[in-house]
Design a protein around this ligand. Structure first.
Ligand code: BTN
Length: 255
């Protein structure tokens, strides 16, 4: 089977430290692209920038997929943009939600975070692999009370208890679709265009950017071909952000 056509297989667990850790372990053991790890709870869930992802039982969808992309290394950041588009499509299909995407790959409803995505890369005997971990808040129990002003859940956003299995099956179908699309001849451009059409952060958003080395304000001006965010910082200067946190200034002012 071509590596760009994912052969989806689900491995389910009651409890794991982290679905990403388990997926990385499976990838190192030679598992195929398309193997998905799902857990009802995580005891050591991880977020971006070494943050904790609180993961109480059945309050969130805790999911990781192994990918073995046939893409130039500089295009691998597009995997998480494609994953964000897949989550968004699955939420629209199953919950009638159309979240905003905050660069690079947070999904927001009403400005509050509903889903986070963490991509991790590892070396294996079959070549370099990428694990994309996705955490979706199903109910408000998924996040600590002090995050109430910044986080939300499907239950809160729709007023209904989400159908976890319907969401999971739409998610894996959409991931396979977007992954195949990314590998098409003009796939990277297609994904960037779709991402820009799905994100209020793509162009004209006033933001505060925090990287490991600096903090500055500016206005978003689209994406580079590798998914990096272009920020106008005044007097015609453009900064390119490849890693870091971005916050809408409107939201910071409201807090
Ligand atoms: C972030 O926004 O900081 C990324 C959060 C990613 C959380 C998911 S939950 C499933 C997978 N396993 C983990 O340990 N993390 C990711």
């Amino acid at each position: 089977m071509l590596d760009t056509q994912l052969h989806i297989q689900l491995l389910r667990f009651d409890s794991l430290p982290s679905t990403n850790t388990e997926a990385l372990r499976q990838a190192q053991g030679g598992a195929q692209a398309g193997l998905c790890i799902v857990a009802r709870e995580q005891t050591a869930g991880r977020g971006r920038h070494a943050r904790t992802w609180v993961s109480p039982k059945d309050a969130g969808l805790y999911f990781s997929i192994i990918l073995r992309p046939r893409l130039a290394a500089q295009l691998w950041p597009l995997l998480t943009l494609a994953a964000a588009l897949a989550v968004r499509a699955a939420l629209t299909e199953t919950c009638a939600l159309t979240p905003d995407i905050k660069w690079p790959n947070d999904l927001l409803v009403g400005g509050r975070k509903l889903c986070g995505i963490l991509a991790e890369v590892c070396e294996t005997d079959r070549g370099r692999a990428c694990v994309v971990g996705i955490g979706i808040n199903l109910t408000d129990e998924a996040f600590p009370p002090d995050l109430r002003t910044r986080a939300t859940s499907i239950a809160a956003a729709t007023g209904r208890t989400p159908d976890r299995e319907a969401l999971l099956s739409a998610l894996v179908r959409q991931l396979a679709k977007h992954y195949a699309q990314l590998h098409e001849p003009h796939g990277p451009e297609t994904i960037i265009k779709a991402w820009c059409a799905s994100s209020s952060y793509a162009d004209g958003q006033r933001v505060r950017v925090e990287t490991d080395t600096e903090k500055f304000d500016g206005t978003t001006r689209g994406l580079e071909p590798d998914g990096a965010l272009r920020i106008a910082t005044g007097a015609g200067a453009i900064k390119i952000v490849r890693a870091g946190d971005v916050h809408a200034l409107r939201q910071i002012d409201d807090e």
